[in-house]
Design a protein around this ligand. Structure first.
Ligand code: T4K
Length: 414
């Protein structure tokens, strides 16, 4: 890593300087727990020749997740998307389901994939989660459920959503892909609604390579999901319902278990990184970090920077271009499902009722964090952001000119 300070715009890579980082700095570099422990577990799996389907490590992983969340049942799956699809089907959701557009595309896809219409609801700009008043407005005769998403791990008002869902006779599911280890009013995420879904994808702060889980206190639902994720089998050559293959394999479960043993260390690192970003980005007019509730348990796995263009002058897209030039691969999470295909074509007017989602999707970006990011790297990222925003007008003009020059060059080459 090069450690040069960048205090003038001329030093930025997009304007001819050397990139701040020789190697790309990703959002979502995996956290990896005790390697020896993982390798021992993999050796054990190979020696016992039990690789998937009812294996010891999957069972143990399920128990550990259920304990952490204080729920009775956990069914591990091959990823969070399939876990969503299966629980949506098991809950009998059909017709229309209310869901935020400001989420990862998998939340909407899990519905549309099985012919259910995701009805995109706007979010509260303070919480980035479902706007409760708007949820009520979107309920129709065809609505069968609500999916709340605990975006960035911040609980999306689960008590209020429970009240709405039970008053209106709707199923309630939470996409808790970001919220492992988080709490709401002192109660762990995992036990709200009819069920909650976690993701253990490589980019999640606790990963099982790929993986996901449904957690619930409803035993009938848990049993149904368990069958559905194993083709519907209730015995040799005997099925009970339509099922699919949603099983988590043993090596993934071993990775999940190993990483779960380091959860406290991962959260401490995420929190330290968050605090450093907070301190070193403080006072940059027009930029602010998404805030977590310090009174709750929180995993701090996302560093979400909000750019208010009226103050920073340079906008989010231009800042992203500059950061990418420095090999800081900040991400545009989330672009808004309704602005992506197929939803853009299916529901071309959805944006009319999603003004906050559209604003948010233009303003926020996620910065690198986790155990793979060093404190000096965070300092350099913050300094580059400060340099750019403090000279926002000039940065904007130079980036625009650069774009125009590229476009002209491309025209001449044609
Ligand atoms: N609901 C919500 C709210 C979610 O955020 C997600 C997933 C889901 C549901 C579905 O859960 P899963 O089916 O995924 O279990 C990523 C992840 O793929 C996705 O899991 C995650 N949310 C989403 C927020 O981010 P991409 O397309 O940005 O991921 P990817 O694979 O490009 O990785 C991002 C960066 O991480 C890479 O540029 C490099 C780095 N990376 C990635 C991998 C896989 C590594 O350094 N090492 C790796 O092994 O979506």
């Amino acid at each position: 890593m090069s450690q040069m300070l960048k205090v003038s715009l001329d030093e930025l890579a997009v304007f001819g300087g050397r990139p701040a980082f020789a190697e790309k700095l990703h959002v979502g570099r995996p956290n990896i727990g005790d390697r020896d422990k993982f390798q021992q577990r993999v050796t054990d799996i190979l020696e016992r020749r039990w690789l998937t389907n009812g294996g010891r490590y999957v069972e143990e992983f399920e128990q550990r997740i259920a304990e952490l969340c204080g729920v009775e049942h956990c069914v591990a799956m091959c990823n969070g998307t399939v876990a969503l699809e299966i629980v949506i089907r098991a809950l009998g959701m059909t017709g229309e389901v209310i869901v935020p557009s400001f989420t990862f595309i998998a939340t909407a896809n899990a519905l549309q994939w099985q012919g259910i219409t995701p009805v995109f609801c706007d979010v509260d700009p303070r919480t980035h989660s479902l706007d409760l008043a708007k949820v009520e407005e979107m309920i129709t005769r065809r609505t069968t459920g609500i999916i709340g998403v605990h975006v960035w791990g911040r609980p999306c008002e689960p008590f209020a959503l429970t009240e709405i869902a039970s008053r209106r006779g709707l199923k309630l599911l939470f996409d808790a892909a970001h919220a492992l280890g988080c709490s709401h009013n002192g109660r762990m995420i995992g036990g709200f609604g009819d069920a909650e879904v976690f993701s253990f994808h490589a980019t999640k702060f606790v990963n099982s390579l790929e993986g996901g889980a449904v957690v619930t206190n409803n035993i009938q639902l848990a049993e149904k999901i368990r069958l559905m994720k194993n083709f519907g089998f209730i015995g040799y050559d005997k099925t009970d319902c339509i099922g699919t293959n949603g099983k988590l394999d043993e090596v993934s479960a071993a990775m999940g278990l190993t990483n779960l043993e380091s959860i406290d260390e991962f959260i401490a690192t995420n929190r330290r990184n968050y605090k450093q970003y907070e301190k070193e980005l403080a006072g940059i007019e027009g930029s602010s970090l998404f805030k977590y509730d310090e009174g709750e348990r929180c995993n701090y796995q996302y560093i979400v920077l909000d750019i208010e263009e009226r103050q920073t002058i340079v906008n989010r897209e231009q800042l992203l271009e500059i950061l990418h030039g420095e090999n800081i691969l900040a991400r545009r999470y989330f672009p808004g499902c309704h602005l992506m295909e197929p939803y853009r074509s299916y529901y071309p007017h959805a944006g009319l009722s999603l003004p906050e989602t559209e604003r948010l999707s233009q303003r926020v970006l996620c910065l690198p964090t986790g155990t793979a990011v060093a404190s000096e790297q965070i300092s350099l990222i913050c300094e580059i952001i400060r340099t750019v925003v403090s000279q926002g007008a000039e940065a904007r003009e130079r980036i625009s000119k650069r774009k125009m020059a590229f476009a002209q060059g491309a025209k001449l080459r044609r």
